[in-house]
Design a binder for this molecule. Structure first.
Ligand code: NAD
Length: 296
């Protein structure tokens, strides 16, 4: 059935996601603070709304795709009183688990329904409609968002109650961030020991060192021709976003009193790397920092 969707935040991810919903025949009313983002969405069939509150007035579903938790919570203060009771609020931004739970509470207190549904797959996945959604909230809310998630993505996993989608996202990216550093350190050690990249790859990719960071996104050029290392570390997955996600993981680690030395250290290393050299590079470029900082 045709839905009326308010889509707030039409940036790198939100723009193409909103365009895909409009392309699938849904009525999409969009808003963004940046006029160019709004104009680009309008060219893709999204109805531009002059204000965020105006966009949600007659929507059955409100989707937000914003930079951080404070943007989501600030905007919810404006959107919740403007929406019809029972409207489904789906936040697809990557934000703190604690902020996501606060957003759920505020939405429910205002008579709305809520789902956190962060994504992986990047701008390429947003454009192609092949994102993976990780959702947190009730069964009915997940089912209600389903037809829209199916348009924007290829897979949606219901991870549990409020905040569970954000939790899954940061736990997954903590594995990824740590494993990329482990693979990078091993390649640099191998270099010092006179081992070729190909030899290490041939062994580790079929042995117990196998992981996505090695066998798909290999941080050195050569063994996996499609990995960002072969195009001077053009992303891929930008180091700035890895630093952001590991910062959210670090917040949750500290708040939960969890022992996660490698996750916390990885958050520091990506933050330094993104700030010094590689914010826009693929995160696998951290191998160069590891190599350079080791000295001769
Ligand atoms: P972006 O900065 O390109 O887009 C965010 C948009 O929100 C901007 O256009 C901004 O103007 C708009 N905005 C901010 N405050 C607003 C407000 N009050 N009202 C209306 N619009 C407002 O960021 P992005 O790359 O699209 O990422 C969005 C979210 O998705 C982030 O949380 C990010 O961590 C997550 N994410 C991004 C990627 C990626 O590859 N870019 C991948 C997975 C997840």
């Amino acid at each position: 059935a045709r839905r009326t969707v308010a889509f707030i935040g039409l940036g790198h991810m939100g723009g193409p996601m909103a365009a895909n919903l409009a392309g699938a025949g849904h009525r999409v009313r969009g808003h963004d603070l940046v006029p160019e983002a709004l104009a680009a969405a309008a060219r893709a069939g999204v109805e531009p709304a002059g204000s965020a509150a105006g966009a949600v007035a007659d929507a059955d579903t409100v989707i937000t795709m914003l930079p951080a938790g404070r943007h989501v919570l600030d905007l919810y203060d404006t959107l919740l009183p403007a929406a019809r009771p029972g409207t489904l609020f789906v936040d697809c931004s990557t934000i703190d688990v604690a902020d996501a739970r606060t957003a759920h509470e505020r939405a429910v207190a205002a008579g709305m329904r809520a789902l956190d549904a962060p994504v992986s797959g990047g701008v390429v996945g947003a454009e192609a409609g092949t994102l993976t959604f990780m959702a947190g909230g009730g069964e009915a809310e997940f089912a209600g968002a389903g037809p829209l998630l199916d348009v924007m993505g290829g897979k949606a996993v219901h991870c549990g109650g409020p905040g569970a989608g954000q939790a899954a996202k940061i736990c997954n990216n903590m594995i990824l961030g740590v494993s990329m550093i482990a693979v990078s350190e091993a390649f640099v050690l191998g270099e010092r020991l006179g081992l070729s990249h190909q030899a290490l790859f041939d062994v580790a990719s079929t042995a117990s060192g196998q992981c996505w960071a090695l066998s798909v996104n290999c941080p050195v050029p050569g063994p996996v021709p499609t990995s960002p290392a072969n195009r001077d570390y053009r992303p891929g997955f930008a180091a700035a976003l890895m630093a952001k996600d590991l910062g959210l993981a670090a917040n949750a680690v500290k708040a939960g009193g969890v022992q996660a030395e490698l996750g916390l250290r990885a958050a520091e290393l990506y933050a330094e790397y993104a700030e010094r050299v590689g914010a826009a590079e693929d995160f696998s470029g951290i191998v160069r920092t590891i190599r350079e900082q080791g000295g001769e």
